[in-house]
Design a binder for this molecule. Structure first.
Ligand SMILES: *Cc1c(COP(=O)(O)O)cnc(C)c1O
Length: 376
């Protein structure tokens, strides 16, 4: 701990009395799952994003898995995704029994590079999981066009991009099933949880069945007409989610204001590159990640910041270099852009209730550490 004050955490959920009130309502109703709170949350969420349907699930990972199953992905198929993401974006293909292929990213947006994506397509490719990483929209128009040309399914990983806007439209409304995630470090939380948005009635009905043990929607409770999972969201989580959706504009506004303050406080700090801005698109602020200069010992910087009471972490490691994917044959050098960004990226404390005083401390401690940076 720093003499300057309490350690500053990386993330913190923004929950309050309305969440407590709705959770209590569920507890007192006696319907802890499959009660009315689930549909209330789903309707509010779909209306906020602007889609016809939203199906809540037990996690973002579960949503990605069901999205691929619904797209018919299975053994022998290949799914292409970004190596610069959280591991779920790739693991969902393995959960569906398929193989994962990666394509490198754009050095400005850190999202899938459409040209690299197209080059990675093989006769076995069945689906693409584009990720809107760090809440910045990917080039979904180009990716959807490539998918259409090659007859591939698209399942969007919007886990970090709730509220992000691409060419005037919110992520989730660009035509493919889109997954959002609600772990407590995300923009909004349900504890654990996720959701799938879609305008397609058939996709929606299938996701409802797949998340609920393969039950026929209109059939008897104990009638199961396909292989499904228990990926349901319980009503306590949905209650937190409904309260969060009611406050979502406020929650996202606070995060955007914190990001703006960082941009001011860190502007001109030597050795630090701030998050990119893409003209015409709106980033939804999930994390605040800066790039250090190549050659700076990022892990040593993290250690020095920790001693000064500031949490930070390497974010994100490239998926293909995780032990699970190395064991599947992946190596350094395959995706140089992703690897270079992974080596330099540093996530700073970021949440809606971060105070100006805390942010000033983060900025001054980072400046102090980088005045004489540890090198590799
Ligand atoms: C958080 C996250 C997920 C997974 O969500 P869980 O709810 O933790 O399963 C998937 N993809 C990305 C990009 C994420 O950040």
């Amino acid at each position: 701990m720093s003499p300057a004050g309490e350690p500053i955490p990386l993330a913190q959920p923004d929950v309050g009395p309305r969440e407590e009130e709705l959770v209590l309502e569920v507890l007192r109703s006696g319907m802890l799952s499959l009660g009315p709170m689930g549909p209330r949350f789903e309707r509010a969420f779909a209306d906020w994003v602007g889609t016809k349907h939203a199906a809540a699930v037990s996690s973002g990972t579960a949503g990605l898995h069901l999205g691929l199953v619904r797209a018919g992905v299975g053994p022998g198929d290949e799914v292409i995704t970004s190596p610069f993401s959280f591991i779920s974006s790739a693991n969902c293909a393995l959960h569906a029994g398929a193989d994962v292929a990666f394509a490198d990213i754009d050095p400005i947006t850190f999202n899938l590079d459409p040209a690299a994506l197209e080059a990675a397509i093989t006769p076995r490719t069945k689906a693409i999981v584009p990720v809107h990483i760090f809440g910045l929209p990917c080039d979904i128009e180009a990716i959807s066009a490539i998918a259409a040309t090659h007859g591939l399914a698209v399942v969007e990983d919007g886990a970090e991009a709730l509220g992000a806007v691409r060419q005037g439209r919110k992520i989730g409304t660009h035509g493919s099933p889109t997954i959002f995630a609600f772990y407590p470090n995300k923009q909004m939380t349900t504890g654990e949880g996720g959701i799938v948005t879609t305008d397609d009635d058939d996709v929606y009905e299938d996701i409802l069945s797949l998340r609920n043990q393969g039950r026929a929607d209109s059939g008897a409770w104990l009638e199961h007409d396909r292989l499904g999972w228990n990926y349901r969201m319980d009503d306590l989580s949905a209650a937190v989610g409904l309260a969060q959706v009611e406050r979502l504009d406020e929650i996202l506004g606070k995060r955007a204001a914190v990001a703006e303050r960082y941009a001011t406080l860190l502007a001109g700090l030597p050795g630090v590159t701030l998050p990119s801005v893409v003209e015409g698109d709106v980033r939804s602020w999930f994390v605040y990640t800066v790039l250090l200069e190549p050659g700076v010992d990022r892990n040593a910087v993290i250690g020095l910041l920790a001693k000064r009471g500031v949490a930070s972490k390497p974010y994100l490691p490239s998926i293909h270099l995780q032990p699970l994917y190395r064991a599947r044959g992946h190596r350094e050098g395959e995706f140089p852009v992703s690897e270079a960004i992974s080596a330099r990226a540093l996530a700073l404390p970021f949440f809606g209730n971060l105070t100006l005083e805390q942010q000033e401390r983060v900025a001054s401690e980072l400046a102090a550490v980088l005045a004489d940076p540890p090198v590799l």
